[in-house]
Design a protein around this ligand. Structure first.
Ligand code: G3P
Ligand code: CA
Length: 253
């Protein structure tokens, strides 16, 4: 049985400010650690495919995390790498390929590389979504697609690229933003989160400490950690009090 995490303390002002529907959804789910499928549920199906998102749904994950890039003809798709080499049956730079070319590829088990719209459609009504913006210049378009599709669940824009999160903030002042940090934390690990008014930070599993979690919680920011696959690490993250765990195996959380 999973240990319950303590809810972070909140000021009355921030509690009042958080009464929009998306935040309420997040707060309901935060009574226990949020279970997030990484690249869908990529321990069980080819990463960033619709099959992988369906897997996360089947495991009743709270969120699914996916990676977003742009094709040469301006369509947002799910793909982690700059090239299609590792995850499909062909080679090439995705930024030099058309959507039609990309969607002819086999992304594993005869899955297509999905568009962002297709991914949101599968998740809608069942999963929250974390959209990791992998390249500069796609944040505004991602916001437009989210609005156009009418995605109804909680949605968080995440990125290592703070300038891209700035663009999202400009396009949607109410957006939930997750600042991602890598295996080495910056000298000041709160500056970007404050400047962006980020709601979330995403920490590499190797950098999580009680003091860091407390620092962010004191600022009313939620802490998610990636990529946590081993059961003993999942338990350790629970014990440390993170708010969300991102795993290739959301069924293990
Ligand atoms: O959620 C953060 C995590 O997905 C970042 O790492 O390389 O899996 O995109 P990566
Ligand atoms: Ca990612």
């Amino acid at each position: 049985m999973a240990a319950e995490k303590k809810a972070p303390s909140r000021s009355p002002d921030s509690a009042r400010a958080g009464r929009d529907s998306v935040t309420q959804s997040l707060e309901v789910a935060i009574a226990t650690v949020l279970r997030v499928g990484h690249r869908g549920a990529c321990g069980h199906a080819p990463e960033n495919t619709l099959a992988s998102i369906w897997k996360a749904r089947a495991f009743h994950a709270d969120f699914v995390e996916v990676d977003v890039r742009e094709t040469g003809d301006g369509h947002l798709i799910l793909l982690h790498d700059e090239t299609v080499d590792r995850t499909t049956n062909k080679t090439g730079q995705v930024a030099e390929m058309s959507l039609d070319q990309v969607q002819r590829l086999n992304a594993g088990n005869w899955q297509r590389v999905p568009t962002l719209e297709e991914a949101l459609e599968i998740a809608d009504g069942a999963l929250g979504v974390i959209l990791e913006l992998k390249v500069e210049g796609i944040g505004t378009e991602a916001c437009l697609i989210v609005k156009r599709t009418g995605f109804s669940g909680p949605l968080i824009y995440a990125s290592f690229l703070t300038e891209e999160l700035q663009r999202v903030r400009q396009a949607d002042p109410a957006a939930h933003l997750m600042v991602l940090f890598g295996e080495r934390l910056p000298v000041d690990p709160v500056a970007d989160a404050v400047a962006l008014n980020a709601t979330h930070v995403g920490l590499h599993v190797g950098t999580v400490t009680p003091a860091l979690i407390q620092t962010y919680h004191n600022m009313d920011k939620r802490v998610f950690t990636y990529t946590v696959n081993e059961p003993h690490d999942i338990q350790r993250m629970r014990d440390l009090g993170v708010d969300g765990i991102i795993s290739d195996y959301p069924d293990r959380i």
